[in-house]
Design a protein around this ligand. Structure first.
Ligand code: SF4
Ligand code: SF4
Length: 94
């Protein structure tokens, strides 16, 4: 069986993005003082990206695993909620 890369695996799921009420919001001011930025390495969907020294995030593609919420060391940096009804990830396999 051929091993799938991250993009191929994520393409197995469907995401309904809520543009009016994002379920994860970052306080970039707090993120700027976060040294380790573990979210970059821990998010299984690779949604936290460091660009020009600043953290960039888009909740489209979020698997709702809660990892970023658990590992974030800075209080108040993340506002995390499950998406509203009919929005979010739809697992098509497994
Ligand atoms: S771990 Fe938390 S505070 Fe640090 S960059 Fe990521 S979201 Fe921001
Ligand atoms: S909940 Fe999981 S998939 Fe979604 S942004 Fe956080 S770590 Fe990534």
């Amino acid at each position: 069986m051929k091993k799938m890369n991250m993009q191929q695996l994520l393409a197995c799921d469907k995401f309904v993005v809520d543009d009016e009420e994002h379920h994860i919001l970052l306080n970039k001011e707090i993120c700027s003082i976060c040294q380790a930025k573990p979210c970059i390495y821990a998010c299984p969907a690779g949604l936290y990206i460091l660009k020009d020294g600043e953290i960039n995030f888009d909740d489209a593609g979020c698997l709702e695993c809660g990892t970023c919420r658990l590992i974030c060391p800075q209080e108040g940096a993340l506002s995390w909620n499950y998406p509203r009804g009919n929005f979010g990830v739809i697992y098509r396999y497994g």
